[in-house]
Design a protein around this ligand. Sequence first.
Ligand SMILES: [Zn+2]
Length: 87
Amino acid sequence: MECHRSFSSDYAGDRHRVGPHHPRGMRRCLTIGEMLATGWRESQYGWTDKPPLTDEEKARLRATRPPVEAINPSLGTPGPPDPKQPL
Ligand SMILES: [Zn+2]
């Protein structure tokens, strides 16, 4: 049986399944109660068993993200005029 909950990653989705793969039907999803009891939580991305980011970790992620100009320079200031264009 699948619970059809959404998960933050395929890895998380796999982690909420318990029991043997065989015989068929023995593998099942954790119940909500079991998940909450073992540290699972529902994030904005789906269920996850990772602890939430601390404010410090969030700040570090923001600090290491490059500015848009570094990813696509054309989004920065306009370039020099094309010299072939008549004025
Ligand atoms: Zn499930």
